[in-house]
Write a protein that binds this ligand. Structure first.
Ligand code: BYC
Ligand code: FE
Ligand code: FE
Length: 481
């Protein structure tokens, strides 16, 4: 049964032959109740009894894995789904280049690999925790369904990492799996591991920015881990990436629809100046400069997720064959990087400059560059929406040195244009560059739920097409009284 179709006869749906892997099945079944407790406590608040039109994977075949139906979220069949094993797959980079990919954990890399799996696993439940209050302010049933789809899939991503921990890391793997349910986003004593996953996601514009920018870090990291010489990790990440695409779709179209609605309202009311905040806001839509500020915040929080520009951890991950580069196998070089260099941005005499560093230690920087290029394409698609409406405004990604907490720029204040500035200038500018308390209050006041089919809150345009080709008045969530 290790293959395309998913076995639904065991309690935990899977395509990894859990039925004949009793020990791992038992460990997972032992973890399951704690997971459900966590989901009920920390998952979408107020909607656990509602019927949600969700897709569930029934096969990992690219054409057939999505099946849509109404389910109550706690009854969603979270499964263990790996992309099919590729015959004769090798380690494709680092010291072990050309050796057969590992089906078991190489002893010497055990600790490093476990750490990577735990960090990846930790982000998944964290995002569910961050988003748990959003159901109550959903701008439509369509959006509510998308939120819940993202949430159950992040839950499944946690299962994916827990499977690796329990199958390949024995006792300490089981302890790590328990700890993944113990930490909490934003908790003072037991926070989630990475910075961005302890931030609040207070409103729907944040949610859309998060799924655009932070889930896109997820995409880049999963792409790098999908290159792993540890084959089970690679296969798991390859399947997770198929789900990730929908998360980024939710973010991109969510922001796009917000922009569209703002521009439509401005045009209809004859407001030409996008900076005339009071008039734009009086139309019940989010002014474009505020959307830019939200973008600045979520972009920079996500840049921090790439770690330091120069990192020996990253070099070690690569040398060991555990974590590759974005699209490693498509890159035309030696895949060892023993003598190559890569330009890294650094602060020198108050100016941001590119300095060549050994390519091995610059891998975080390289992945971040690939990420920024991917983000920039999405931002241009947003700009097209604004342009088409005739409104004169452009969104721009801020400089990578702006508002950073990790790496080269964490101790300096830099403007969105990339100029090093003093504390006083920062204080003066920050409310124009990042969402202020007042911006947050305004957006919060707009977040009135819309729960009637076919209706949308006034600050966001309806989508062009429904999910699963459903008509506009489809009841995506049947809210339990
Ligand atoms: N916050 O050499 P450095 C996703 C720590 S998102 C706090 O600079 P390294 C998702 C670091 O751990 C993808 N701490 O960095 C999205 C290290 O600590 P130790 C998640 C940080 O290790 C949306 C020290 O600083 N997956 O899937 O090269 C919804 C020095 O580290 C941070 C992964 O990240 C931070 N931001 O790179 C749901 C993939 N950054 O060792 C899900 C796995 C660094 O001194 N993780 N530190 O104690 C990795 O590959 C790496 O751990 C990182 C950091 C890229 C995150
Ligand atoms: Fe995920
Ligand atoms: Fe995601």
């Amino acid at each position: 049964m290790d293959g395309l179709n998913v076995d639904y006869t065991t309690k935990i749906p899977n395509n990894v032959n859990l039925g004949s892997d009793r020990q791992v099945l038992k460990a997972l079944e032992g973890w399951h109740p704690g997971y459900l407790d966590w989901w009920n406590d920390m998952g979408p608040e107020g909607f656990q009894e509602s019927l949600v039109y969700l897709r569930t994977a029934v096969s990992v075949d690219p054409k057939g894995w999505a099946k849509f139906d109404y389910v109550k979220m706690p009854e969603y069949r979270w499964g263990i789904l790996l992309a099919p094993q590729e015959e004769g797959r090798n380690v494709n980079f680092g010291e072990h280049l050309g050796e057969p990919a590992w089906q078991e954990v190489p002893g010497e890399y055990r600790a490093m690999l476990r750490r990577l799996v735990v960090i990846q696993g930790d982000t998944e439940p964290a995002s569910v925790e961050q988003q748990r209050h959003l159901g109550k302010t959903a701008p439509s049933l369509y959006d509510m369904r998308n939120l819940f789809q993202v949430n159950v899939e992040e839950g499944r991503h946690l299962w994916a990492m827990v499977y690796l921990l329990q199958k390949y890391f024995g006792r300490d793997g089981r302890e790590e799996a328990d700890d993944l349910l113990r930490r909490r986003s934003g908790d003072a004593d037991a926070p989630r591991m990475l910075g961005a996953f302890n931030e609040a996601t207070p409103d729907w514009l944040s949610f859309f920015m998060f799924t655009f920018f932070t889930d896109r870090d997820g995409k880049m990291q999963l792409e790098s881990l999908a290159q792993s010489g540890f084959d089970p990790l690679s296969r798991t990440c390859r399947f997770m990436l198929t789900e990730e695409a929908h998360h980024m779709f939710v973010g991109e179209t969510g922001v796009g629809r917000t922009l569209q609605r703002t521009c439509e309202a401005m045009t209809a009311a004859g407001v030409e100046d996008p900076y005339d905040k009071d008039r734009v806001r009086s139309l019940g839509v989010i002014d474009l400069p505020t959307i830019q500020k939200k973008m600045n915040l979520h972009f920079t929080l996500s840049l921090d997720l790439f770690g330091s520009e120069v990192s020996t951890n990253a070099a070690n991950f690569y040398n060991s064959g555990l974590k590759g580069r974005f699209q490693e196998t498509k890159i035309d070089d030696d895949h060892r990087l023993t003598s190559a260099t890569y330009p890294v941005s650094k602060l020198i005499d108050g100016e941001v400059k590119l300095v060549d560093e050994p390519a091995l230690t610059a891998l975080n920087m390289r992945l971040r560059d690939d990420y920024v290029a991917d983000c920039a394409k999405g931002v241009e698609r947003w700009n097209k929406i604004i342009e088409k409406s005739g409104v004169k405004f452009r969104l721009e990604l801020p400089h990578v040195a702006f508002h950073r907490h990790i790496g080269e720029f964490r101790d300096v204040k830099v403007s969105p244009e990339g100029e090093a500035i003093g504390e006083a200038e920062w204080e003066k500018g920050k409310d124009q560059w990042l969402p202020s308390k007042e911006d947050g209050d305004f957006i919060e006041a707009l977040m009135k739920p819309e729960t009637e089919p076919a209706k949308f809150a006034g600050w966001i345009a309806p989508p062009k097409v429904g999910i699963d080709n459903k008509p506009g008045d489809f009841e995506y969530v049947k809210i339990a009284a």
